[in-house]
Design a protein around this ligand. Structure first.
Ligand SMILES: NC(=O)c1ccc[n+]([C@@H]2O[C@H](COP(=O)([O-])OP(=O)(O)OC[C@H]3O[C@@H](n4cnc5c(N)ncnc54)[C@H](OP(=O)(O)O)[C@@H]3O)[C@@H](O)[C@H]2O)c1
Length: 283
């Protein structure tokens, strides 16, 4: 079920063979999926909303969907089971889903981090069976304002927006530690800041501020297809393997702030996430 896509442009990318699931029936996820499908990849959209999923796959026989609610461990496990039965090959896993709520209860931690954490772990073996799989996790520049406090069990209980920033920091630290665990295998992983896309500018508080204070800032926003470029770069660009675990923005490696490269916190986060997801620890 895989074909080798040709070249992306710009930037020009020479991709490996792909059979990727791509999270997202809208926004950057959809743009990424369509681009990959256009290049000849088989794409599995993992979506929680059947109607939106149907709409997203319309017109392409190589883009299919399977139901997945990242906010439910049961759903993640059921998706992984069905996926592993149906798809014998997995080259690329794109952890794209992200939400920002105003409820203040930190559902972002569950969906943006834990859901992806569990899913990645359940699909990792299939990725490793291939010739060099990749895991690309959508983070955000907002990780810079994130904070993880294990002492007070603050992973879930966060104020509006701080929960989003914390979850995006989790995405970065997850990638950092995953790369460590994957050393010696052919699978690599990357975290991404996609840039700001106009339809979903509400995802980022600083964007809201910009829009209110400086309306002209709207002109700086990217369309979803352009917002997908860094994800596609990390998914397809040959030669970036030595940068496994690193953070990318504008199709280039970006140096993380100290919080984003704290290996001790990354390891602790991994262990706590394993416990919360009911996965047994192996390191
Ligand atoms: N756009 C930006 O300006 C920006 C900036 C920085 C970082 N990012 C990051 O980039 C990623 C994509 O952003 P976007 O702007 O494309 O977001 P989006 O348009 O809001 O799309 C988010 C996707 O996640 C899905 N999703 C949400 N909760 C889910 C759940 N529980 N289970 C399964 N799927 C779920 C949504 O599905 P439904 O349609 O069913 O809700 C939607 O398809 C996110 O991780 C975001 O944090 C975006």
């Amino acid at each position: 079920a895989t074909r080798r896509p040709s070249c992306l442009s710009p930037p020009c990318l020479s991709p490996p063979c792909l059979s990727p699931p791509v999270w997202g029936n809208t926004g950057i996820g959809r743009a990424t999926a369509l681009r990959l499908a256009g290049l000849g990849a088989r794409v599995v959209l993992a979506c929680r909303n059947q109607d939106k999923a149907r709409e997203a796959v319309t017109g392409s026989t190589d883009v299919v969907y399977m139901l997945l609610d990242l906010g439910s461990f049961r759903s993640v496990r059921s998706f992984a089971e069905s996926f592993l039965k149906a798809e014998k090959r997995l080259d690329l896993l794109i952890n794209n889903a992200g939400l920002l709520t105003t409820d203040g209860f930190g559902i972002e931690f569950g969906v943006n981090h834990l859901g992806h954490f569990l899913l990645t772990n359940l699909l990792l073996e299939r990725l490793q069976e291939g010739g060099g799989g990749r895991v690309v996790t959508l983070s955000s520049i907002a990780y810079r304002w994130g904070h993880i406090d294990f002492q007070v069990g603050d992973l879930n209980a966060c104020l509006f927006f701080s929960a989003y920033c914390n979850s995006k920091l989790c995405n970065v630290l997850f990638t950092l530690h995953l790369a460590k665990r994957l050393q010696g295998s052919k699978v690599t992983c990357y975290s991404v800041h996609p840039g700001e896309t106009s339809p979903k500018a509400q995802l980022c508080f600083h964007v809201l501020v910009l829009r209110r204070v400086v309306p002209i800032a709207r002109l700086l926003f990217l369309d979803p297809a352009t917002g997908a470029q860094t994800t596609l770069h990390c998914a397809l660009q040959e030669g970036i393997e030595p940068f496994s675990g690193r953070h990318f923005s504008c199709c280039a490696v970006e140096e993380l702030t100290p919080r984003g490269r704290d290996h001790a916190v990354a390891q602790r986060l991994w262990e706590v996430s394993e416990q919360l997801c009911g996965l047994s620890s192996t390191s």
